[in-house]
Design a protein around this ligand. Structure first.
Ligand code: AMP
Length: 409
């Protein structure tokens, strides 16, 4: 067949997909423990939402969006991220009070595909809207850190910075622009292009680290409110034992951030690249989208990269038992038994296709079952052979004791 999945997308199938499900449910449980409620928003939105919300001068909006016209000629875009959507949903619902929402799902960006950089990729995240105080930042940063611990990503550095409020950023931007213009010819073409539109992004351009090593940084321009906010974020993190490092040149790619920005970088990745997640405060976003000024802070974690960086999580066996049909004549009884055990809540699979017993045992192994239940000659006496596949021991037990036997494994 010559129809393939589009470039930069993946088919995630069992058994690998079990790990992905685990990643999503782990985040979902964690977010619930922190008081976030599941938030589902459309996979596509009016293009305007991202153009305004993410920012016209960002790389995402400039060249990474999947934008198309629908049958009525309306411009729609597959979501490249979820924060703008969640804030839009909050505003659509009246935009009142504090809202804590969590999400998971695919995002779409037209990027040059490589390992950990996909065109359809998966994020989990939370948004804490309506709270301006620094302890909201602390909570969100903590949640992301705990998530990486639960997902077996070792030795994560939380990189932290404050980029100040709008006024602070404006002052900084002007100074930085001037500084960069004076060094234009030393910069990469991409960085040079960004001087006018989005100079702050030059600071985290990998190709330009040598030139920008002693560029001015946002920290030097923080107003007293931003500085006080940042101080509480830092002491709050220290208080609950979340290790962090100040990364003065961390600015993040999306336009809507102010004050706190952060990224999670597994130390094995070395330099300030390959974050597995990140986030920040976005107090100006609601207003940009036409709502009342409403503060907010959130994070997004990339599952593709987290699973690459993980030392592995032990999911245990995927099936409680695989039912082996000893003779084709036993098929109907075996299928009946499967039905009953599944109804009781056990994870059961069976191969009713008349294959050899040996082939069925191979399948039991392949499907990662912890036990095999053989339906054969003992069935007339209401008995089956149960085999513990990990230990390689088996015995004959009455059918009504299967549940008990599985429980005791
Ligand atoms: P961002 O929304 O750009 O801040 O990204 C947040 C996280 O999403 C990153 O730290 C990555 O883990 C992940 N991510 C962003 N873009 C991609 C991509 N194209 N492919 C895979 N993961 C991505």
């Amino acid at each position: 067949m010559d129809i393939r999945a589009p470039k930069g997308t993946d088919d995630i199938l069992p058994p690998e997909s079990h790990l992905w499900r685990h990643a999503v449910t782990t985040f979902d449980n964690l977010a619930q423990r922190y008081g976030y409620g599941l938030t589902l928003t459309p996979l596509f939105e009016q293009t305007e939402l991202f153009a305004r919300g993410v920012g016209e001068d960002t790389e995402v909006v400039e060249k990474q969006m999947y934008t198309f016209a629908d049958r009525k000629g309306r411009s729609l875009t597959l979501r490249p991220e979820a924060t703008a959507s969640v804030v839009r949903a909050y505003l659509s619902g009246g935009g009142d009070g504090v809202f804590k929402g969590s999400y998971s799902g695919p995002m779409f960006r037209y990027e040059r595909p490589q390992k950990g950089r996909r065109r359809q990729f998966y994020q989990v995240g939370v948004e804490y809207i309506g709270e301006a105080g620094p302890f909201a930042d602390v909570e969100v940063i903590e949640l992301g850190y705990r998530y990486l611990q639960e997902m077996g990503v070792p030795d994560v550095a939380v990189q932290l910075n404050s980029i100040g409020d709008v006024a602070d950023r404006q002052t900084f931007r002007t100074v930085l622009q001037e500084w960069l213009r004076e060094r234009q010819e030393l910069l990469s073409p991409d960085a040079r292009r960004r001087i006018e539109g989005n100079p702050m992004r030059v600071l985290d351009s990998k190709a330009d680290t040598e030139v920008t090593a002693d560029a001015p940084t946002p920290a030097e321009f923080l107003g007293s409110d931003s500085a006080a906010h940042f101080a509480v974020v830092r002491s709050g993190l220290e208080r609950i034992g979340i290790p962090y490092v100040i990364e003065p040149r961390l600015v993040r790619g999306l336009d809507y951030y102010n004050r706190t920005v952060f990224e999670y970088v597994p130390r094995q990745y070395g330099a300030a690249q390959s974050a597995v997640g990140g986030g920040g405060r976005y107090d100006g976003l609601a207003e940009v989208l036409g709502g009342r000024p409403t503060p907010g802070v959130g994070l997004a974690m990339g599952l593709d990269r987290i699973l690459l960086a993980s030392d592995g999580v032990d999911l245990g066996p995927l099936l409680d038992a695989f039912i082996v049909v000893a003779e084709p004549g036993n098929t109907s009884d075996a299928v009946g038994l499967a039905s009953r055990l599944r109804l009781e809540g056990w994870r059961i699979d069976i191969d009713p296709g008349g294959r050899s017993v040996k082939a069925q045992f191979r399948k039991a192994d392949k499907k990662d079952a912890r036990a095999a239940i053989v339906v054969g000659t003992e069935w007339v006496d209401n008995e089956v052979v149960v085999r513990d596949l990990a230990r390689g021991v088996q015995e004959v037990i009455p059918v009504e004791e299967i549940g008990q036997w599985l429980t005791n494994r």
